[in-house]
Design a protein around this ligand. Structure first.
Ligand code: SF4
Length: 385
C-alpha cells in the first residue's frame, strides 16, 4: 500500500533550528488549498502508474499545516479521495503547532476525517521554547493535547527535542514524564541538530550558544530509549516510540521502502525505483501550477546497488531488515555467504538480533546505527560484485 504526503509551506515565524522549507509571508495561505488541488489534478491526469495503486495514509507536513482552515483540509481531502483509491480507514495525520489551534479548530479538524494529530511540542519548558523561537508556550501545548483527546482524537503524537543548551538529565526526564502523565501514545524524540543556514548554526559558530557534546547527547538518547521501553512503548524507529497499534503508518512507508507521492513545494515522491521532488520555492510552485505544469524540480532513477543501500539503512533505523521482502525485491538472500560472518559478529556483540525473518538492531545497536549500516552495506556491495 502507498502513502500521500502534502507539504504546507507556511509558518508564522521560523524557529531558529529549522531547515524545512517554509515562508513567513502568509499571503498565499488562503489560496493554497486550490493550488494543491490543482496540482493533484494535473498529477492524476499525467500519471497512469497510480491508477491501480491503493493508498492508506495521508500526511500533512510542513511548514505548519495547522494554519489551514478545516474547510481547506476538506477541499484537499475531497480531491484526494476523488482522484485516488484511498482506503476508508486511511490514517490521516496533520502536523500541528500548538500556537495555531484551539478546541474549536481541533473539533472541526476531526470532523473532516483527520484522525491523527502530531503536535510539535519540542519541550514542556518555556525557557526552551523561547530559545528555539517557538510561537507557543508550554501551557498551550498542554491545553492542545487535552483538547485533542476531548475532540475525539485517540491517535496523538508529540515531538520533543533533546540536547538543548542547559538541558540536563532531570530536565529532559521531566519532559518524558509529562508525555506519560498526559497519556500520549506516540512520541518522536529528536536530538537538536545544528543545520547549516539556520540562525542556530550562526549562534553556535560564533560561540554564542553551546550545545551538549556527542557523549551528553548519547546519554540523553539512551535514557530516552530506556524510559519508553520501561513505560511499555515500542521503539520502532531510531527517534520514534509508540504504544501498540499507534506506530505512524505513514512514516513507516518511508522506512520500509514503500511507494509515496508528494504534493506542495519541496515535497518528495518515491515510486519503485524513481524519486522526484518539487521546487522548494513558493513563487515557482505557483507559476508552474498556474501554467498547468507539475512543479517538479528534479528526479533520480535509483540503480539496484543504491536501492539495496537505502533498503538496508532505512530498515535498520526502524523495524529491521525484512528478509523476505529483501529477497523478493533484489533476488538474493540478504544473509548470503558474504555477510553471514558480519551478522554473526554483530549478534555476538549484542548489536543485532535475527528474529521472525527480520534483522533488527538491539538497544545497544541503535546507539551505533549509522556505523553498523555502513559496515553491512560495504559487505553487501562486495557480494554484488
Ligand atoms: S514551526 Fe515547524 S516547520 Fe515552522 S519553522 Fe518551526 S520547526 Fe520549522
Amino acid at each position: 500500500m502507498s502513502g500521500i504526503y502534502l507539504h504546507i509551506p507556511f509558518c508564522e515565524k521560523k524557529c531558529i533550528y529549522c531547515d524545512f522549507y517554509s515562508v513567513e509571508n502568509l499571503n498565499l495561505l488562503s489560496d493554497f488549498a486550490e493550488l494543491i488541488v490543482k496540482e493533484i489534478e494535473i498529477f492524476k491526469s499525467e500519471s497512469e502508474f497510480v491508477d491501480d495503486a491503493i493508498f492508506d495514509t495521508i500526511y500533512f507536513g510542513g511548514g505548519t499545516p495547522s494554519l489551514l482552515e478545516p474547510s481547506q483540509f476538506e477541499k484537499i481531502l475531497n480531491s484526494l479521495f476523488k482522484n485516488f483509491k484511498i482506503l476508508t480507514n486511511a490514517e490521516i495525520t496533520v502536523e500541528t503547532n500548538p500556537g495555531t489551534v484551539d478546541k474549536r479548530k481541533l473539533i472541526e479538524f476531526r470532523k473532516t476525517g483527520i484522525n491523527r494529530i502530531s503536535f510539535g511540542v519540542q519541550s514542556f519548558f518555556d525557557d526552551d521554547l523561547t530559545f528555539l523561537g517557538r510561537i507557543h508556550t508550554s501551557e498551550d501545548a498542554l491545553n492542545c493535547v487535552k483538547f485533542a483527546f476531548e475532540s475525539g482524537f485517540e491517535n496523538v503524537s508529540v515531538d520533543l527535542i533533546f540536547g538543548l543548551p542547559g538541558q540536563d538529565k532531570n530536565k529532559w526526564l521531566a519532559n518524558l514524564e509529562k508525555t506519560i502523565e498526559l497519556n500520549i501514545p506516540h512520541v518522536s524524540a529528536y536530538n537538536l541538530i545544528v543545520e547549516r543556514g539556520t540562525p542556530l548554526y550562526e549562534l553556535v559558530k560564533f560561540g554564542k550558544v553551546k550545545i551538549p557534546d556527542d557523549d551528553k547527547q548519547a546519554e540523553l538518547y539512551e535514557l530516552t530509549i530506556e524510559f519508553f521501553e520501561n513505560a511499555g512503548y515500542k521503539h520502532y524507529e531510531v527517534s520514534n516510540f509508540a504504544k501498540d497499534g499507534f506506530e505512524c503508518r505513514h512514516n513507516l512507508k518511508y522506512w520500509q521502502y514503500e511507494n509515496y507521492i508528494g504534493f506542495g513545494p519541496s515535497a518528495h515522491s518515491f515510486w519503485i525505483n524513481k524519486r522526484w521532488w518539487n521546487v522548494a520555492n513558493l513563487e515557482k510552485y505557483v507559476k508552474a501550477i498556474n501554467s498547468d505544469k507539475l512543479p517538479i524540480a528534479n528526479f533520480e532513477i535509483l540503480n539496484k546497488e543504491k536501492m539495496i543501500e537505502e533498503f538496508i539503512y532505512l530498515g535498520l533505523r526502524s523495524t529491521g531488515i525484512d528478509l523476505k521482502k529483501f529477497k523478493n525485491k533484489f533476488g538474493f538472500d540478504f544473509l548470503c555467504l558474504e555477510i553471514i560472518d558480519e551478522i554473526n559478529e554483530l549478534k555476538n556483540l549484542n548489536l543485532v538480533i535475527v528474529e521472525e525473518n527480520f534483522v533488527k538492531l538491539t538497544r545497544k545497536g541503535f546507539m551505533l546505527c549509522d556505523k553498523i549500516a555502513v559496515d553491512i552495506i560495504s559487505k553487501i556491495n562486495y557480494a554484488l560484485r
